[in-house]
Design a protein around this ligand. Structure first.
Ligand code: NDP
Length: 236
């Protein structure tokens, strides 16, 4: 994609999304991010949007396209989690995780693809997770949503490939962000000791791979799941 094109990162106000937005901004793209309450200090185009609300997403993308131009790259990053063992799962938590991670991602993709199809170019990048394929105790719902994104991405890739639009999934392993702050030290040690590279990832290591998928060098990659997990999920 052209390096002055429009990139939209959902949940680009913090964590992995912020690192992705910063990387595209550094490389000269016009970057728009969504946030709910907390804006970052960076100079991005910011839209307030909640991915659980279709109207909010449609309005946010309308606004970005009106002010910056048609979307060329969309990074579907916003996500949430609440660990619980299967027998203790609450309906409200299940619904919120599925509505945010799976339905929310589909809402963003559904709206974003419109102008990409019209312009016959675009890159859609979902942020999945190593646990989508590996599974993880306490993450039955979260892992289901991340596995679901693979089916979503591959279906969409087949729909829009002939229009010059690629759709891929980046599947990070453990990254130090607010989302993983709550894990106890024993669980963190268990994850790093199962990771061949023996450490967690920085958010910028995820951002670099997302940036690659948006580059001309990645023009023939679609429907792929790219692990960025230090080897944690290899073979799955
Ligand atoms: P954070 O908790 O740091 O950030 C989550 C982001 O998602 C925030 O920007 C948040 O916005 C946004 N978000 C959550 N719910 C909604 C919603 N309903 N509508 C709009 N935005 C929402 O998490 P990470 O940066 O770690 O995670 C980013 C993505 O990476 C997620 O999809 C996550 O599943 C995935 N991931 C993370 C891993 C990790 O180890 N950290 C590993 C593998 C995947 P707000 O500030 O408004 O709450």
């Amino acid at each position: 994609m052209s390096s002055n094109g429009v990139v939209f990162v959902t949940g680009g106000n913090r964590g992995i999304g912020l690192a992705i937005a910063q990387r595209f901004a550094q490389d000269g793209f016009k970057v728009a991010i969504s946030y709910r309450e907390q804006k970052p200090a960076d100079d991005f185009y910011m839209v307030k949007a909640d991915v659980t609300d279709s109207k909010s997403i449609d309005a946010a993308i309308d606004e970005i396209e009106k002010n910056l131009g048609p979307l060329e790259v969309v990074v579907i990053n916003a996500g949430t989690n609440k660990d619980a063992l299967a027998m203790r799962l609450e309906d409200s938590d299940m619904e919120n995780i599925i509505n945010t991670n799976l339905m929310g991602s589909i809402r963003v993709a559904r709206r974003s693809v419109k102008s990409m199809i019209k312009n016959r170019k675009g890159r859609i990048i979902f942020i999945g997770s190593v646990v989508g394929m590996l599974g993880s105790p306490g993450q039955m719902v979260y892992a289901s949503t991340k596995a679901g994104l693979i089916g979503a991405a591959r279906s969409l890739a087949r729909e829009v490939g002939s229009r010059g639009v690629t759709v891929n999934v980046v599947a990070p392993g453990y990254v130090d962000t607010d989302m993983t702050n709550d894990l106890d030290e024993a669980r963190k040690d268990m994850i790093t000791s199962s990771t061949p590279l023996g450490r967690t990832a920085s958010a910028s290591e995820i951002a670099g791979v997302v940036r690659f998928l948006a580059s001309e060098d990645a023009s023939y990659i679609t429907g792929a799941v790219i692990p960025v997990d230090g080897g944690l999920g290899m073979g799955h």
